[in-house]
Design a protein around this ligand. Structure first.
Ligand SMILES: C[S@@+](CC[C@H](N)C(=O)[O-])C[C@H]1O[C@@H](n2cnc3c(N)ncnc32)[C@H](O)[C@@H]1O
Ligand code: SF4
Length: 490
């Protein structure tokens, strides 16, 4: 058990994440009163105080009831390349706790004190303020405590993204369309989707609702201009090809084919991909599709509830190439149950043979709402060290395949506090992924479970407007969703 007692501040949320990064399997408890700590476990007492006109964050560490050591950080000495008292105070408190945790843990954490989802945003922010690259590296390593290789990774990613993201424009937007139907439920998944077979009679009505929402969005966005379109899910190719085609054509009719810089359709599951749907997507000039293996090991595919084999993945991939798709993305998950280094190497060797233009490497996140969470005890999953080794293999293979990292994000329940990385061959990056990840552009969502994000560049702020996550509610109350969006679109 790890106990925290806070004195002079209330950065509970951040300190909880930090405690979990060092001790993922221990319970982290915040005490209201220091006396509640007995003589068992570890207590981190975090105090914020002033002395001789300076502010300090101090961490006292107690082990099994006895004082062990302390760590002191002077807040005034912190230099993160920009001002902001609250931000700097929080960084100071986290640094002092980080040093305290380091003194009792037998490991370092590669993301240092960063607990947020989008570390690349910090680099963009500093580059926007004309801070030099050398200084950014020093801020990341010295102040945020990142491992140098993670700091270099996010600096390189942000440099690669900038030509696609800048100059910012409040009138530019991308469109996301959600098709929330899947052939079966994968055990790790928490995305809002419903089984296609059970809802087959609802698909035509759903299609019409989405098309109606797209028309209303066009009216709302009058005077603004479209950048990219992404149809995701769920599994868009799980619905009949003619229905998906009507939705794609509605997008073209409303926003103009020539105005759209990039159009992605997530085909996703190979068991939904055939010649008919691929030809339809190609004839409708879709630029990018995803064909997602997750793993190339048949036993794991069965275990995680995907009704397809590795041969189905290869068949779908070669068919898509034959039909003429220039950019294919493949999603992988590291740390799937029963997988270790041998399994990931096998997956990567198979992927290398296919040679996709994009590869997205996720680390398993055990999410609330997934079947996996409920049945976790039944499966064996890799420990921190083995996940780290597996991720290293993905980095090596990506390099060998000439794929470079171009976007990165972290998730809350991600195993081992790692990250998800999108790789791409030069010039084949997905613009939509960068825009959504860095939160530098308005995204308007249509369909069940989609989320619209209105970007206000002057304030560097986003307003999040979610659509309903239940299909019945979405179908009945679509007009309310348009009104919610209208309030924020100026
Ligand atoms: C929105 S999902 C949809 C993809 C598509 N339906 C499919 O399954 O092929 C996008 C990707 O997120 C990743 N993903 C989903 N749940 C995850 C989890 N719990 N942990 C790690 N990655 C996850 C998978 O790689 C998946 O392909
Ligand atoms: S991972 Fe993809 S196919 Fe599986 S349930 Fe989630 S959205 Fe559906």
């Amino acid at each position: 058990m790890i106990y925290f007692y806070l004195d002079g501040h209330d950065f509970k949320y951040d300190l909880f994440q930090l405690g979990k990064a060092f001790f993922p399997n221990k319970e982290v408890v915040f005490l209201e009163n220091k006396k509640e700590y007995g003589d068992q476990g570890c207590l981190l007492e975090s105090i914020l105080y002033e002395e001789s006109n300076k502010t300090y964050a101090k961490t006292n560490i107690y082990l099994d009831g006895c004082f062990y050591t302390d760590r002191i950080q002077c807040i005034d000495d912190i230099d993160i390349g920009k001002n902001g008292i609250k931000n700097i105070t929080k960084i100071g408190v986290k640094k002092s706790i980080y040093e305290g945790l380091l003194s009792i843990a037998d490991k370092e954490v590669p993301w240092g004190i960063l607990t947020g989802i989008r570390p690349v945003k910090i680099v963009h922010d500093l580059l926007d303020r004309k801070v030099t690259e050398e200084k950014i590296l020093s801020v990341l390593v010295k102040e945020y405590k990142l491992a140098p290789q993670k700091a270099e990774l996010i600096i390189n990613i942000s440099k690669r993204q900038r030509k696609y993201i800048y100059p910012l424009n409040k009138n530019r937007f991308s469109l996301y369309v959600s098709i929330p139907f899947c052939p079966s439920r994968c055990i790790y998944c928490s995305f809002p989707s419903v089984p296609v077979n059970r809802y087959i009679n609802m698909i035509e009505n759903y299609r019409e609702k989405v098309i109606w929402e797209i028309e209303k969005i066009r009216e709302l966005m009058d005077g603004k201009f479209i950048n990219t379109v992404y149809i995701g899910g769920g599994t868009p190719t799980a619905i009949p090809s003619k229905d998906l085609e009507k939705i794609i054509q509605a997008v073209y009719l409303n926003f103009g084919k020539d105005n759209i810089k990039e159009f992605t359709v997530e085909a996703g599951r190979p068991d939904t991909i055939d010649e008919e749907v691929l030809s339809m997507l190609n004839e409708n000039d879709i630029d990018r599709i995803s064909i997602n293996p997750q793993t190339m090991n048949n036993e794991t595919l069965k275990l995680i509830g995907r009704n397809h084999t590795k041969d189905d993945i290869k068949r779908a991939y070669y068919l898509a190439k034959e039909i003429g798709f220039k950019v294919i993305n493949m999603d992988l998950i590291v740390g799937l149950p029963s997988e270790g280094k041998d399994e990931i190497i096998n997956t990567l060797m198979e992927i290398e043979e296919l040679n996709p233009e994009n590869l997205t490497v996720h680390t398993l996140a055990v999410k609330r709402g997934s079947k996996f969470k409920e049945t976790m005890d039944k499966y064996s999953v890799g420990d921190q060290k083995s996940i780290e080794e597996m991720i290293q293999e993905t980095v090596k293979f990506a390099h060998k395949m000439n794929l470079k990292p171009y976007y990165l994000y972290r998730q809350k329940q991600i195993m081992g506090n790692f990250e998800n990385v999108g790789y791409s061959k030069e010039g084949m990056e997905c613009i939509y992924n960068m825009a959504i990840m860095e939160e530098k552009e308005t995204i308007i969502g249509a369909g069940m479970g989609s989320v619209s994000k209105i970007f206000f560049p002057k304030e560097n702020r986003l307003e999040r407007i979610p659509n309903f996550k239940s299909i019945e509610e979405y179908m009945e109350r679509t007009d309310e969703l348009i009104e919610r969006k209208r309030r924020w679109i100026l």
